[in-house]
Write a new protein. Structure first.
Ligand SMILES: Nc1ncnc2c1ncn2[C@@H]1O[C@H](COP(=O)(O)OP(=O)(O)OP(=O)(O)O)[C@@H](O)[C@H]1O
Ligand SMILES: [Mg+2]
Length: 224
């Protein structure tokens, strides 16, 4: 039997805002298999981003476990969690937050700078990715010299350079026209077929056709 790549077990996440208590997630269970693209859909404020943050080790649940390749990541110390975030997880956000004084190719390389990989190996990987996202000959452009869609693709290449097992995409097409959005989604689909587990959070119903499975969130709970 194939084991899930990652599994959220009975997750509850409570945020406290002053005297107010917000249940961002309530008893959520979610499994992602390798080679599977799971799409989390739901309205504003339903807990989609919170779920991605927890899966990616960016935040810890109030209750429950996040089991990655058989280990509960919520029990890990900061060092282990940082390593997990850096090497196993690729994040794609709606706001790609590129570093403005670095070129496209350097932005893609950033996640590998702290590693011991030789710089020519890092450059070779980044160039390969640049071609994959169809940005060949844009490597010396700075983010401000790229269109929104191009910046988004640099962000995606950056998320992929560590060859992550888990890809987390939060509204990856949110700022893009539908044609560029399709290119991005097809790319995510292809990567998933190549072996990653992918979770896409969106409220765009038109992306549903790219999902292997759709999970619907409402007010922090999964609805069937
Ligand atoms: N850091 C935080 N502090 C307090 N409340 C938070 C925090 N982050 C999220 N929340 C609350 O938790 C709930 C879920 O938020 P979340 O961002 O996960 O929703 P979402 O489904 O991603 O929404 P959107 O579609 O707008 O991105 C919301 O009510 C939100 O206000
Ligand atoms: Mg969100």
């Amino acid at each position: 039997m194939v084991e899930p790549l990652i599994e959220a077990k009975n997750i509850t996440k409570i945020y406290k805002r002053g005297s107010e208590t917000v249940y961002a997630l309530r008893n959520v269970n979610l499994q992602v298999m390798p080679n599977e693209l799971v799409m989390i859909m739901g309205p504003f404020g339903s807990g989609k981003s919170t779920m991605l943050h927890l899966l990616g080790g960016l935040d810890t649940p109030t209750e429950g476990e996040i089991v990655f390749q058989g280990e509960d990541i919520t029990k890990w110390d900061e060092k282990r969690t940082t390593e997990y975030r850096r090497l196993h997880v690729g994040y794609i956000f709606q706001s790609w937050e590129l570093i403005n004084n670095l070129t496209a190719i350097e932005n893609i390389e950033v996640p590998l700078y702290p590693t011991k990989l030789p710089t020519d190996e890092i450059r070779a990987r980044a160039m390969r990715l640049l071609r994959q996202v169809d940005l060949y000959e844009r490597e010396r452009h700075f983010p401000t010299q790229l269109s929104g869609g191009e910046q988004q693709r640099v962000g995606i290449a950056r998320a992929l350079i560590t060859e992550p097992n888990l890809l987390l995409a939060d509204e990856p097409t949110g700022n893009l026209d539908s044609e560029t959005g399709d290119i991005i989604m097809r790319m995510l689909k292809k990567l998933t077929r190549g072996g990653t587990g992918t979770v896409v959070a969106t409220h765009d119903e038109s992306l549903r056709r790219y999902a292997d499975r759709v999970v619907r969130f409402l007010d922090g709970e999964i609805i069937v």
